[in-house]
Design a protein around this ligand. Structure first.
Ligand SMILES: [Zn+2]
Length: 73
């Protein structure tokens, strides 16, 4: 199964792109997932099922700290 995907997350696929890149950034979430090759900028669309099959590593975007101590008020 696919982990929860978020825009801006990076994934590594099992098979390299013809340009030699392995890492993709998620740019669209929907019935199909839009991915942009981080090496050459090529954009592809994969179904969730297809992505789950091809994905090797999921690299979630580092989350910014939640509500850093604020100085407001
Ligand atoms: Zn590429």
């Amino acid at each position: 199964m696919l982990p929860e995907l978020n825009l801006g997350d990076h994934v590594r696929l099992r098979k390299s792109h013809p340009c030699g890149g392995y890492e993709w950034e998620i740019v669209r979430l929907g019935a199909d997932i839009g991915l942009v090759c981080l090496t050459c900028g090529h954009r592809i669309m994969l179904t969730r099922r297809e992505l789950a099959r091809r994905m090797k590593t999921y690299l979630p975007k580092p989350q910014p700290p939640e509500n850093p101590p604020s100085t407001e008020s």
